[in-house]
Design a protein around this ligand. Sequence first.
Ligand SMILES: NC(=O)c1ccc[n+]([C@@H]2O[C@H](COP(=O)([O-])OP(=O)(O)OC[C@H]3O[C@@H](n4cnc5c(N)ncnc54)[C@H](O)[C@@H]3O)[C@@H](O)[C@H]2O)c1
Ligand SMILES: O=P(O)(O)OC[C@H](O)CO
Length: 322
Amino acid sequence: MRVAVLGAGAWGTALAVLLASKGVPTRLWARRKAQAEALQAMRENRDYLPGVAIPAYLYPTHDPEEALEGAELAVVAVPSKALRETLAVLPPAPWYVSATKGLFYGGEGVRTPAEVVEALTQRPVVALSGPNHAEEVARFLPTASVAAGPEDLARRVQALFSGPTFRVYTSRDRRGVELGGAVKNVLALAAGMVDGLRLGDNAKAALLTRGLREMVRFGTALGGEEATFYGLAGLGDLLATAYSLHSRNRMAGENLVRGVDREALEARGVVEGLYAVKAMVAWGKEQGVELPVAEAVHRVAHEGLDPLAALKALMAREPKEE
Ligand SMILES: NC(=O)c1ccc[n+]([C@@H]2O[C@H](COP(=O)([O-])OP(=O)(O)OC[C@H]3O[C@@H](n4cnc5c(N)ncnc54)[C@H](O)[C@@H]3O)[C@@H](O)[C@H]2O)c1
Ligand SMILES: O=P(O)(O)OC[C@H](O)CO
């Protein structure tokens, strides 16, 4: 039994390290040949996950055929913006685990990464999501995650990834699990703005609590179960990201406040919240649903509004019942 991990960024590498350290033969597909060669030569991913040794059972490759050869399943861990083009260049796997966090909005409404993988491959897909920083998972710090999808395959993912430092729960609510993982990135951008503006603990707690309500409103309207958003893949991931020094989303919020330009925001890695917020706001406008925190993040990140003005506007909203 072999596993293919698609995407040699921080998360793909961490998941591949986790599996290979359990003795699971794992092939890690890197988009760039030079990156695969560097991983082979140095046995370390210096660009995306420095300081973590690559175990013997992990084989990095740029060759699509070699990556998927004999794989029981493929774990998709590329940024959401690269999902379609990645699946287009790779041979199919029997089934997939989607570890990408993101949101798409188009003619078919809101789509999650697992839904996109399923539509493109016509194979079963389990989503794996939770409060999971690659830097900590790869260093074997205690972590919990959720495998959501068809029950038999979710259980298979649970058995495959579980170990002394990685505890996997199963869920049937794949949509809710993925919506939680996408919305928390938008809220983490807002949390980073509060941090950058030094507005204090009260402001951050208020923003995240109201943001959680927004996650529930958005997520249940799209078919997620309310309890999912109070679980690991919702509240759990929101806490891990919004208070983290690792988080690229939270850090991007801080950098937006400092006037760092849009291109430079992704210098430390992909910032999924910048894309997810577009999908959220477009959906909210079409459905006539208010999403005040997401709209404020959108105005700052994509329309150039001053962050302080956006936060003041949130405070000045019409008084209401909690
Ligand atoms: N980093 C984490 O802790 C973490 C944890 C859970 C989930 N995720 C999710 O995993 C996904 C990947 O995140 P990451 O942290 O590994 O990103 P990263 O920024 O560390 O790495 C991105 C990787 O994608 C590759 N890439 C960039 N553009 C590409 C393209 N157009 N086509 C193919 N490959 C491309 C890069 O070469 C790189 O290998 C995101 O959706 C993220 O939200 C990340
Ligand atoms: O670094 P971030 O902000 O993409 O967050 C990483 C993971 O999603 C945390 O669970």
